[in-house]
Write a protein that binds this ligand. Structure first.
Ligand SMILES: Cc1cc2nc3c(=O)[nH]c(=O)nc-3n(C[C@H](O)[C@H](O)[C@H](O)COP(=O)(O)OP(=O)(O)OC[C@H]3O[C@@H](n4cnc5c(N)ncnc54)[C@H](O)[C@@H]3O)c2cc1C
Ligand code: FES
Length: 271
């Protein structure tokens, strides 16, 4: 469990880049006193000063340096669209770093990442962190998005040793979802061995668990779930985890976001 040094901060947006029609990169000035964070932790952002939308919105930390905090924001609804519309110089009210469990470093010489959409963000933070620590580890990523325009190819190519892409419409890389790509490579015995790290929509991760059972040393996943408090208080993001004999509920925001994928009782997890 990560010790909590979290707090609420007001930070200034330094730079914004439109990476795809729906995804923006926000590079925020790291506020004074903002603690170090580990891959899989997140921040919770206040959308606006008006009461609606009331709840903060959670975003994985995509990078954290002594001077900046980077986030990848996909506009999917009102809250995310308002956050993505901020301009350089604007203030951002954020709470963090949140999350009680992060991606552990790989034990072997290879880390295999499987990302769906904005699930890329915490995986990219992991790869960068381990490179900065000079871990001698080869990083393979399998990354899927809806179409070529949504695939953040340049960003990914810069960060990982080996990259394979999948798009649902076949406009770039493998045609189909990223789990189908992994399944095909597994059948051909071309999936690299090592520790598996994943993040993406729940259905993707669940299918990945089924497709890769027994193929990796371990599978760690950073879960996404609809959140309210973000700090383990409301139990709104509870997820069923297999225990001795019975299923126990754990919170994604307080006990996760990272879990061993095989510990999740996927068939019992309902939203
Ligand atoms: C730990 C964590 C890390 C996240 N990291 C990122 C990230 O790095 N980049 C990013 O773009 N998004 C990330 N998300 C998802 C992001 O928080 C939601 O997209 C955002 O809260 C949507 O707010 P909205 O007001 O725009 O959408 P709403 O209007 O509230 O909803 C629009 C649609 O998005 C769906 N949705 C809303 N929240 C979530 C959620 N938490 N998970 C899945 N679907 C959701 C709703 O079901 C609905 O279909 C993360 C979520 C969690 C829990
Ligand atoms: S969102 Fe409240 S416990 Fe996780």
């Amino acid at each position: 469990m990560i010790s909590s040094g979290r707090g609420c901060f007001t930070a200034i947006l330094k730079r914004k880049a439109q990476l795809s029609p729906s995804c923006s990169l926000l590079v925020i000035e790291r506020p004074d006193g903002f603690p170090d964070a580990r891959p899989g932790q997140f921040v919770s952002i206040r959308v606006s000063d008006s009461p609606v939308p009331l709840l903060r919105r959670p975003y994985s930390i995509m990078d954290l340096t002594p001077k900046s905090l980077s986030l990848l924001v996909k506009a999917v609804g009102r809250g995310s669209a308002e956050i993505a519309a901020r301009k350089p110089g604007d203030a951002i009210d954020l709470m963090g770093p949140l999350g009680g469990a992060a991606f552990p470093e790989p034990e072997g010489k290879a880390a295999i990442f499987v990302a769906g959409g904005t699930g890329l963000a915490p995986l990219l933070f992991a790869a960068r962190s381990w490179r900065r620590k000079r871990l001698r580890v080869k990083t393979h990523i399998f990354y899927g998005a809806g179409s070529r325009g949504e695939l953040l190819r340049d960003l990914v190519n810069r960060e990982f040793s080996e990259c394979r892409f999948a798009t649902l419409d076949g406009s770039s890389g493998f045609r189909g979802d990223v789990v189908a790509l992994c399944r095909e490579l597994a059948l051909k015995k071309r999936l690299p061995a090592g520790t598996l790290y994943s993040c993406g929509p729940r259905g993707m991760v669940r299918a990945l668990v089924g497709a890769t059972r027994g193929l990796f040393r371990a599978h760690y996943t950073s879960l996404e779930s609809i959140m309210a408090c973000g700090v383990g208080a409301c139990r709104g993001c509870a997820v069923p985890v297999k225990g001795a004999g019975a299923t126990a509920l754990r919170t994604v925001c307080g006990d996760g976001t990272v879990f061993r994928a095989e510990d999740i009782a996927w068939e019992e997890w309902e939203e």
